[in-house]
Design a protein around this ligand. Structure first.
Ligand code: 13P
Length: 248
C-alpha cells in the first residue's frame, strides 16, 4: 500500500523568522496522521526547519540541487550539502525552474541520479502547458518528460522517486485541474511507469497532483485512486490551511 504524501512547496517565500513561526504553529496543529508530510523550503530555511521538526515525522525538502558533487558553480548547492543538514526530499524539474532557469529533461535526469546516489528522495515534477493541453499534446509531453528524465535509472532507484503531476495552467492560477483530469493524467503516468519499469515498481511509486490545491478541493483530489498525494504551493504558506489539506 502506498502511503499518501502531501508536501508543501514554499517557493521563494519566508525568511528564517517566518519559517520558525510557521513551524511553531504547524507543530501545534499537527496531530497523528497517516499522511507523510514535508515542507520544501528555500535553502536558507532548511536548517531551521530540520531543527524545528526534529522529533516529529514532518520531513524537510529542498526545491533544487546541482548535479555535480562540487566545483566552480557559483550560486549552486550540492546533494551532499543538503544531506549534511538533514534534508529528506528535493524537488527536481519544477515547471518554474524549467521556465525561468533553463532546467531541461537532461538536467532533471542528472539531478535525479545524483540524489539517488545518496539518501535524499527526489520529487520529480512533470506537466504540460495550457497550449499543449489545448493542442491535445498533454499526454505526449508528460510521457516524454518521464522517458527522458528517468533514462538510465533502474527500478530499484525509481521506487524512491515521487512523481508530481503539475499542469502549468493550474499553478498559482486558482484554476485547478478537475479531479477527473488529474486522475486521468496520474493513471497515464502510472501506465507509463509500467512501460518503463514493471507493474510492481509502478504500483509502489507515489504520484502527487499539484496546482491550486486548497483545503476546499483537497478531499476530492486525494480521494482519486491514482493520486497518492499533493504538492501544495500557495496554500502551504499558512499552517492552518496546510494542516486542513493534510487532514483532508
Ligand atoms: P499552487 O498550489 O500555488 O498552485 O502551486 C503549485 C506548485 O507549483 C507546487 O509545486
Amino acid at each position: 500500500m502506498r502511503v499518501p504524501f502531501i508536501a508543501g512547496n514554499w517557493k521563494m517565500f519566508k525568511t528564517r523568522e517566518e519559517a520558525r513561526a510557521f513551524a511553531a504553529e504547524f507543530k501545534g496543529l499537527y496531530g497523528g496522521t497517516d499522511v507523510q508530510t514535508a515542507i520544501c523550503a528555500p535553502f536558507t530555511d532548511l536548517e531551521t526547519l530540520v531543527e524545528e521538526f526534529r522529533g516529529t515525522d514532518i520531513k524537510v525538502g529542498a526545491q533544487n540541487v546541482h548535479f555535480e558533487d562540487e566545483g566552480a558553480y557559483t550560486g549552486e548547492i550540492s546533494a551532499a550539502m543538503l544531506e549534511d543538514i538533514g534534508v529528506d526530499f528535493c524537488i527536481v524539474g519544477h515547471s518554474e525552474r524549467r521556465q525561468y532557469f533553463a532546467e531541461t529533461d537532461e538536467t532533471v535526469n542528472l539531478k535525479l541520479k545524483k540524489l539517488l546516489a545518496g539518501t535524499i528522495r527526489p520529487i520529480m515534477c512533470v506537466g504540460e502547458s495550457l497550449e499543449e493541453r489545448d493542442d491535445g499534446k498533454a499526454f505526449d509531453k508528460v510521457r516524454g518528460q518521464l522517458q527522458k528524465g528517468l533514462e538510465g535509472i533502474g527500478a530499484g532507484d525509481a521506487v524512491k522517486i515521487v512523481i508530481a503531476y503539475e499542469p502549468i495552467w493550474a499553478i498559482g492560477t486558482g484554476r485547478t485541474a478537475t479531479p477527473q483530469q488529474a486522475e486521468e493524467m496520474c493513471a497515464f503516468i502510472r501506465n507509463t511507469l509500467i512501460e518503463l519499469y514493471d507493474e510492481d515498481t509502478a504500483d509502489e511509486m507515489i504520484i502527487q497532483y499539484g496546482g491550486s490545491v486548497k483545503p476546499a478541493n483537497a478531499t476530492d483530489i486525494m480521494n482519486m485512486d491514482e493520486i497518492d498525494g499533493a504538492l501544495v504551493g500557495g496554500a502551504s504558506l499558512k499552517a492552518k490551511d496546510f494542516m486542513e489539506i493534510i487532514d483532508f
